[in-house]
Write a protein that binds this ligand. Sequence first.
Ligand code: 9MR
Length: 461
Amino acid sequence: MISQSSHGRKRPRTRSFTRRVLTAGLVGVLSATGLAGMSGSATASNHTLAEAAASKGLYFGTAVAHNRLSESDYVAVLNREFNSVTHENSLKWESVQPSRGNFTFTNADRVVNHARSQGMSLRGHTLVWHSQLPGWMNNLSAADTRTEMNNHINRVMGQYRGQIHSWDVVNEAFQDGNSGARRSSPFQDKIGNSWIEESFRTARAADGNAKLCYNDYNTDGINAKSNAVYDMVRDFKARGVPIDCVGFQSHFNPQSPVPGNYQQNLQRFADLGVDVQITELDIEGSGAAQADNYRRVIEACLGVSRCTGISVWGVTDKYSWRSGGTPLLFDGNYNKKPAYDAVLQALGGSGGGTNPPPGTGACSVTYEQTDRWGDRFNGRVTVRAGSSAISSWRVNVTVSNGQRISATWNGSPTWDSSGNVMTMRPNGNGNLSAGASTSFGFTVMANGNWSAPSLGSCSVN
Ligand code: 9MR
C-alpha cells in the first residue's frame, strides 16, 4: 500500500520513498551515458526528477494516459523520472461511469497497476467536475443529481481506498474573470452552493486517509478567482468542512504567464492550514525562457513548506493536450529539454543534460528490467542515436559478483576475464539514423543478488 504520509514535506524520507528507490533498483530504468549503478541506497542518487524531488521531501509526478503505457520509450522515461502519477482522463466521470450505475475501471486500473508496480504514488483526478461528465448527468432531478454525486464519490473512492494519496474531490468550480462566482454545472444549478462542501464530507467518509483537494486553474496568482477559492477554503476550515489541500494546475503560456506573486499566493493558502500542490504544470515555450519559467515554479514550491509535490501534465510534448506549445520537459523524441535541466537543478539534482550533444553522432543508452522469475531476470538495453546517424555502437554491461549472464539476444557479446563485464556490439551493421533506437537483451542469473547491472556509456567506435 502506498503511504500517503510520504507526501508531507515534514517527513521526506519515509517508507514509500525508500521503497521507490529500492524498487528502481529492481524494476526501474537506469539512465546511462555515464556509469549509473543503482546500489539501492536511499541517499545516493539525485539524477532524476523523482530522486531530486524526494531529497527535498516532494513527490514529482506526471499525468499518464492509459493508452500510452504500451509504448516502451514512454514507459522508460515515466519509470525513470517520476514517482507519482495522475490519470490524464481515465478516472474522470465519463470514463468510469459512462452510463448510470455502470462503473468500469479497466483503463483506470491500467494506470493504477502500472504506478503500483513501480512503487509510484497516485493522485486521484477527479471526482466532481462540470466537464467530461456523461450526458445522463444533465437530465436528472435535483434530488437525483445529489444522490448520484455522492454515489459516484463513494464508489470511485471506495474502489481505490488506501491507494491514492490525494484526490481532486472538486475540480474547477469557479468562473474565470472578476466575478468570483461559481460556475454553472448540474451540481451548482440543481443542488446550489452546498454541493462543494457536501462532496468533501462524502469524500472524507469514503476514504479517511486520502488528502482531499480542491483543484483549479487561473488561481495560480492572486486574483479575483483565487480570492474566491481562498474565501471558500477559509470558510471550510473555520466550519470544520474537511479539506486538506488545494491544487494549482499551473497551465502557463505567454497570455497566462507564471504570476509574479505565485509563491505568495501558494503561501497564503498554506497559511490557512492546507497543503498546496502543483497539479498540472505545463508551460508553453522553448529554450531558456521556458526553462526559466519552470525554474521559478519549482523555486516557489520549494519556498513554501506546505507545498508537498509537483506534477507535470504529461511526459512528452508529442502527447500533450496542447502539443503545439511544446509545454513539457521532454520533447517528442524523449530528449531532455533545457526546461528539464532547469527543474532538476532547481531541485538540487545533478546529471541533467545527458542527451548527446547535437552534431556529435553520439548515442545514449537506457536500461530496464523486463521480466523477473524466482532465480533470474531479463534486462533490456536501448541504444539511441543522437542528432546524427551512427554506423556502429558499443556498450559495457557490468553485473555484480555472483551474478551471471546466461543468455543474450539481438547483439554480439564479448567478455572480460572476470566474466562480469559484457561488451555488446550490434549483430551485423549498427546503422541507426538520427534519433533512432535499437535494443538488446540478456538474462541474469541472480544467485541471490537482484541488483540492476551497471551500464557504461554508449560509444560509437
Ligand atoms: O489533458 C486532458 C485532455 O486530454 C482532455 O481532452 C481534456 C478534456 O477536458 O482534459 C485535459 O486535462 C484537463 C484536466 O483534466 C483539468 N484541467 C485542465 C486539463 C487540460 O485541459
